[in-house]
Design a protein around this ligand. Structure first.
Ligand code: NDP
Length: 489
């Protein structure tokens, strides 16, 4: 089961069965450029609507998404293989984000007064955040609605038009989203779809958009950034992770084990901020591992999560398990035989050396490593010793905030898994190989806007600073004033 090209089209598959579920055009570089040109006109109209006009239309789209969740959920399930309940969960979160972005755009991006400072107190200083124009959004397949809408919703609410390239594994979901938007906003093609393989995404990075919002692997993110560098096109890169979960000696072990099992195995482990590594205080290590093993053994791969959406990922998962076992690791649940033709059974690995691929590289499958640590300092040190820096989780009663602050990841959840992803007001993004820039929250709105600073003179200042008429006396007064104001240590 691989993506098949037939002439200028490609096919998408149901990963649970291998059945073809749709045929889509491979858009050429010229077609991508034409879409961006059309988006320019649409962007001007969309900007002219102002915050209120856009919020009204985004509310109509939001309502359509909310009313038609089962319909869109079925397309998600068909193309990714995830269970209906998981498809609904990503839709619920995506709708919350869309609602938040539309509601808060004016407050976050509208004109704001700034203090002009003493020397220029005759000026009125304001900043406002203007739309960039046309944003190119390139999305992955693992959460084909939630993830791209994390950029699309915020870019639209900030007043931009969007050209969206979904993953080749989920073109049907992308098409559904863009068509439903066109029904809610029929006047102009403010949100357009381009489909195809990697080349179509590459064409979008070179099509003259004002920003690229990329979500996908770090390897592709680097190609996107290199291509965008040629035209100094700004990018936001949301890439992969190797997210750690820390369990302190005073943690609620049942809750921590539950979070580990769900965080590691839900969506077949194909979650950018899924739990891939666990570091547990030695005082509770054995009890915690016993709970994880019991819970993981009860997970039904076919019912509680789906197949691996991308067949090639099976090889990566198999290799990481093999590497771990060859280096002396032990599989307490699953293991080498867990990797089937389409599904991977839950796999819990212990005693895995820290330099193994299973600990260092993104596995993106339903596996997790658990390591014992002497104290939480060692846990933090090991958690931070990673090329990635996306999300993290801490289970601790007394030290949750302290440990969270010390973790070098863009976001940390305390005593619950992945909660940050559902809180629309919080920014989301990574560092290192996990990328840079932020989507979601006020930071996500500003990511798709250009700050415009305006200084307006309210009255003529008694002393002329920015004029050849400036006198020696003025210079002396200003010199004394600054020495008085700032001269003390
Ligand atoms: P890929 O990097 O393979 O692809 C991502 C997107 O980029 C796809 O639409 C792909 O198109 C496109 N693409 C491929 N080549 C190029 C190119 N040269 N130029 C521009 N675009 C290109 O990632 P996956 O789709 O496999 O997604 C999984 C990855 O996404 C994981 O690493 C996961 O951690 C990460 N992710 C990160 C998130 C975050 O918010 N940080 C959220 C969700 C996932 P095509 O599919 O046609 O090849």
């Amino acid at each position: 089961m691989t993506t098949v090209l037939t002439g200028e089209t490609f096919e998408s598959f149901d990963p649970a069965t291998g059945e073809v579920v749709g045929t889509y055009p491979v858009h050429t570089a010229e077609q991508v450029q034409a879409a961006v040109a059309k988006a320019r006109d649409a962007a001007a109209w969309w900007e002219s609507l102002g915050f209120a006009g856009r919020a009204e239309r985004l509310a109509a789209w939001r309502a359509a998404l909310a009313q038609r969740m089962p319909e869109l959920g079925a397309v998600i399930t068909e193309e990714t293989g995830k269970p209906a309940g998981d498809a609904q969960l990503e839709l619920v979160l995506a709708i919350e984000h869309l609602a938040w972005a539309a509601k808060h755009a004016r407050k976050v991006l509208g004109p704001q007064r700034r203090a002009p400072g003493l020397l220029l107190s005759n000026q009125a200083a304001t900043v406002e955040y203007q739309p960039l124009g046309v944003v190119g959004v390139i999305g992955p397949w693992n959460y084909p609605v939630y993830t791209p809408l994390g950029s699309v919703s915020y870019a639209l609410a900030a007043g931009n038009a969007v050209v969206f390239k979904p993953s080749e594994f989920t073109p049907g979901v992308g098409k559904w989203l863009v068509e439903s938007f066109a029904e809610a906003v029929p006047e102009h093609p403010v949100l357009q779809l381009v489909t195809g393989l990697g080349e179509t995404g590459a064409a979008l990075t070179k099509a003259g958009v004002d920003k690229i919002a990329f979500t996908g692997s770090a390897a592709t993110g680097k190609k996107v950034m290199a291509a965008a560098a040629e035209t100094l096109t700004p990018v936001v890169i949301e890439a992969g992770g190797k997210d750690p979960l820390l369990v302190d000696a005073d943690a609620d072990l049942d809750a921590a084990a539950d979070a580990t099992v769900w965080g590691a195995f839900s969506n077949a482990g194909q979650t950018c901020a899924g739990v891939e590594r666990v570091y547990v205080h030695e005082r509770v290590h054995d009890a915690f591992v016993a709970k994880v093993v019991a819970k993981a053994g009860a997970v039904d791969a076919g019912k509680q999560y789906g197949p691996m959406t991308m067949p090639a990922q099976l090889d990566v998962v198999r290799k990481h398990i093999d590497d771990a076992l060859a280096a002396g690791g032990r599989a307490l649940v699953g293991g080498r035989d867990a990797v089937g033709d389409r599904y991977v059974e839950p796999t819990v690995l212990v005693d895995v050396p820290e330099d193994c691929s299973a600990v260092r590289e993104e596995t993106f499958g339903p596996t997790v490593t658990i390591a014992k640590v002497a104290d939480m300092d060692e846990a933090v040190e090991k958690a931070n010793d990673s090329a990635y820096g996306l999300g993290s989780t801490v289970f601790s009663k007394a030290r949750g905030m302290e440990l969270a602050r010390r973790l070098r990841t863009g976001q940390t959840a305390i005593n619950a898994p992945l909660s940050f992803a559902g809180i629309a007001s919080l920014p989301f993004g990574g560092s290192g190989e996990s990328g840079f820039g932020r989507i979601h929250g006020p930071e996500g709105l500003r990511e798709f806007a250009r700050p415009k600073a305006i200084a307006r003179q309210r009255f003529t200042a008694p002393i002329a600073l920015t004029s050849f008429a400036r006198s020696k006396k003025t210079e002396a007064i200003v010199g004394k004033l600054i020495a008085k104001l700032h001269g003390k240590g």
